[in-house]
Structures are given as structure tokens and as C-alpha cells.
Design a protein around this ligand. Structure first.
Ligand code: ZN
Length: 253
């Protein structure tokens, strides 16, 4: 999955297919053989260079592979509030999907200020579909989860849409990208209404702290764009891992 994340973040911005062709060196075009394509290990064995032309392979490749693995492992300990009644293997499986989508989105927003719709809307459809299947599993004519996630995604989209309109009126330029509304709709479809609003609130706080620190250490200029999707995605992941209660207890008591 970590290797797949690498493929997605390198090919999606170039509008290339993510399944075909197989990986090759961007400089000498030589196909990368399977034994040179083992996550982390191959990069270490090749000492970060192409076997054919010795072109440098970025350190970000093994980093992303390792991070994806760590995010997957953390899912062993996740207890998302919305699915607290579900068996551990279901939570583990769902968490792996959710974390890999959020991780990919965070990287793309960080690198290109871009939250591709394939991932946000795709994740939204997936989130609602999953809640629908969990409803079915609980017995027919019970649409508790899917109703809740559908409502949450509508609220998430509307909230950022309104913010964006208000921002445009006040500053005469767009202050919040359209991708953020779709991302927050997707987060709603996975975390439900309460989880969504804890995520949005925590994203604003962490982004605020980040900007203040950036000003203090003179790393951010006053007109600089901030990839807010990174904060939304990482907050959503934290809310999935730790559950809603801990945020409510720590910050609202
Ligand atoms: Zn090469």
C-alpha cells in the first residue's frame, strides 16, 4: 500500500494511469525489476540509486512506504467512536482504507495544494457505502449509520462552502479551496457528525498554532498559502484513532 501511495502521488498530478505501466526510472527509463521494487528494503540495498544509471531515488519513497506501514499498525489500537460496536477486524480493515486515503490527500495537498476529487469524492462514496453495509448487517430497515454519515457529509460540505463564500465576500478572493469542502464531506462520511466537527475544530486549532509559530520563527510570510487539507486529514486520522471522547474530555472539561 505504501508503494501504491508513491505511485498515486507521482502519477496523479501528471494525469497518468496508476495501474499501467509498471514503474520505471524517470531518467534512463529502464523498467524496475520486482527485486528492486520491494518496499524500503530495495531502496536500502540500492543505496537510493537506480541500478542502471545510478540516478538518485528520492528519500521520500522509503519514507512514505514506512509511514504507511506505521499508520496501518496504529489501526490495531484505533477505536473510532462511530463504529465502536463493530468487531476489531472490521475497524482494522476500515481504518487501513481511511488512513491510506487521508495520507495520500495530505501529501498531495502539501506538495501541490491539491485535493484531487478522485480521492475526496471517491472516499465519500466509500464511507457512505460502508456505513450502509454495516446497517444491512445490523438488520434490514435500520439505516442509523448511513443516515448519520450522509447527514454528516452534507453538513461538512455546507460548512466549508459557507466559509468559502463568506471569505470571498470579505477578502474578495478565495480563502478556502473547493477541495476542503469535499474533503470535509468525505471525513463526515467516515466519522459521523460529532467526529466531523471535532476534526474541523481541531484542524483550525492546529493550523492556527502552526501559523503563529511560523510567524514567530519567520518561516511564513503574511500572504502565504496554507495547505489546510493537511490539517483536516491529520485531525480526522487522530479522531479515528483516539475516538471522540478523549478530545471532548481534554478540551471541553
Ligand atoms: Zn535509471
Amino acid at each position: 500500500m505504501g508503494s501504491f501511495v508513491n505511485v498515486v502521488i507521482h502519477r496523479l498530478p501528471l494525469n497518468q494511469s496508476i495501474v499501467y505501466p509498471s514503474s520505471s526510472c524517470p531518467r534512463c527509463n529502464s523498467k524496475i525489476k520486482w527485486f528492486d521494487n520491494i518496499p524500503i528494503i530495495s531502496w536500502l540495498l540500492l543505496r537510493g540509486k537506480c541500478r542502471a544509471c545510478k540516478n538518485k531515488i528520492a528519500f521520500s519513497y522509503p519514507c512514505i512506504e514506512l509511514s504507511t506501514g506505521l499508520l496501518f499498525c496504529l489501526n490495531l489500537y484505533a477505536h473510532p467512536t462511530i463504529y465502536s460496536q463493530q468487531p476489531i477486524n472490521v475497524i482494522l480493515f476500515l481504518g487501513c482504507i481511511f488512513s491510506v486515503i487521508l495520507f495520500t490527500l495530505a501529501i498531495l495537498d502539501f506538495k501541490y495544494f491539491w485535493l484531487p476529487q478522485v480521492l475526496t469524492s471517491g472516499g465519500l462514496v466509500l464511507g457512505i457505502t460502508i456505513s450502509f453495509f454495516i446497517d444491512l448487517n445490523n438488520g434490514f430497515y435500520q439505516f442509523n449509520y448511513s443516515f448519520y454519515t450522509l447527514l454528516a457529509s452534507l453538513l461538512g460540505f455546507t460548512f466549508f462552502n459557507l466559509l468559502s463564500r463568506i471569505g470571498k465576500k470579505i477578502y474578495n478572493k478565495s480563502v478556502i479551496g473547493g477541495g476542503d469542502a469535499k474533503l470535509s464531506a468525505m471525513i463526515g462520511s467516515w466519522l459521523g457528525i460529532q467526529g466531523l466537527f471535532i476534526t474541523i475544530w481541531f484542524a483550525f486549532i492546529s493550523a492556527g498554532i502552526f501559523v503563529i509559530l511560523g510567524f514567530i520563527f519567520k518561516k511564513i510570510k503574511s500572504n502565504q498559502k496554507i495547505p489546510f487539507g493537511v490539517f483536516l486529514a491529520s485531525s480526522a486520522l487522530l479522531v479515528w484513532y483516539f475516538g471522540n471522547e478523549i478530545f471532548l474530555e481534554v478540551f471541553f472539561l
